[in-house]
Ligand binder design. Structure first.
Ligand code: IPD
Ligand code: CA
Ligand code: CA
Length: 260
């Protein structure tokens, strides 16, 4: 599998940031026993990871704009290209020593995501995709699952945090989906949930109130693995409204129908 030069830059940035993140994860395990817990330490860990990623991306393409979860939007000389970065997706898992988190990096060109990297340093699973070139897990080409019946399907979602406006709505959505499927899971990382749909480990995914950095790389991953991704109105407005449905052609459509 030949990666483009720009995808290699993204992979290098994710790998470099992950080395420190993995060390910090070990430290978090020690901090669990303290009464205060590892909260401040973790918020520092994701800022550090973001600094590492941003500086590597900036070095490779100095003018590109950026949308970074921790530092916000940075306008570069080149507004046609934009990096979209979540240095640690699955922070709550990380904070509780659950090894289910990742780094997510996407490159957008004129409003279209053209390359994405999602990396879980603990499992050493590197998901990559380039527009028109397919999606990969390490060196293996990915394909979404082929299931067509909801009753056979394992569906992943994200449970809204307390205080989020969609919590009541989510309970209805989950009830409606749960009675029609083999199971519903919530993994606590939107980016990894999408990567898992691309890998066929889940048949479908839905979630509300997400930010572009949670989903940019993952959307490309699913599409390049042959899947469908839209918002709840079957439109491509996930970055602006934060709602997402993903799956193969059949299951995406069925979830869309249930959520309507
Ligand atoms: C969160 C995770 C989680 C999703 C939340 C996100 P973070 O990102 O993706 O799965 O349910 O909405 O905010 O805070 O871990 O980067
Ligand atoms: Ca996130
Ligand atoms: Ca984050």
């Amino acid at each position: 599998m030949a990666r483009s030069a720009i995808l290699n830059v993204m992979v290098e940035a994710a790998l470099k940031a992950s080395r420190r993140l993995t060390r910090d994860f070990g430290e978090v395990e020690n901090l669990q026993v303290s009464r205060k817990g590892p909260g401040d330490f973790v918020s520092n860990a994701d800022k550090q990871a973001e600094t590492t990623i941003a500086s590597m991306l900036r070095k490779a393409r100095p003018g590109y704009s950026m949308l970074l979860e921790e530092s916000g939007a940075i306008k570069g000389d080149d507004t046609q290209h934009r990096w979209i970065v979540d240095p640690l997706d699955g922070t709550t898992n990380f904070l509780h020593s659950n090894p289910f988190f990742c780094i997510s990096i996407a490159l957008e060109t004129q409003g279209t995501v053209v390359a994405g990297v999602i990396y879980n340093p603990i499992t050493d699973e590197l998901f990559t995709a380039e527009r028109g070139q397919g999606a990969y897990l390490n060196d293996r080409r990915l394909r979404v699952s082929g299931r067509r019946e909801m009753m056979d399907c394992l569906v992943v979602t994200g449970i809204p945090h307390p205080g989020r406006k969609t919590q009541a709505e989510f309970i209805t959505q989950q009830n409606n989906i749960m009675i029609q499927t083999a199971g519903v899971r919530a993994l606590g990382s939107a980016a990894l949930s999408l990567a898992y749909v691309a890998a066929g480990r889940f048949d479908g995914y839905w979630e509300s109130e997400l930010a572009p950095w949670d989903i940019a790389a993952g959307i490309l991953m699913v599409r390049e693995a042959g899947g469908y991704v839209t918002d709840y109105d079957d439109k491509n407005e996930m970055f602006s409204n934060g709602d997402i449905i993903a799956g193969n052609e059949y299951i995406h459509k069925k979830i869309l129908g249930i959520l309507k």
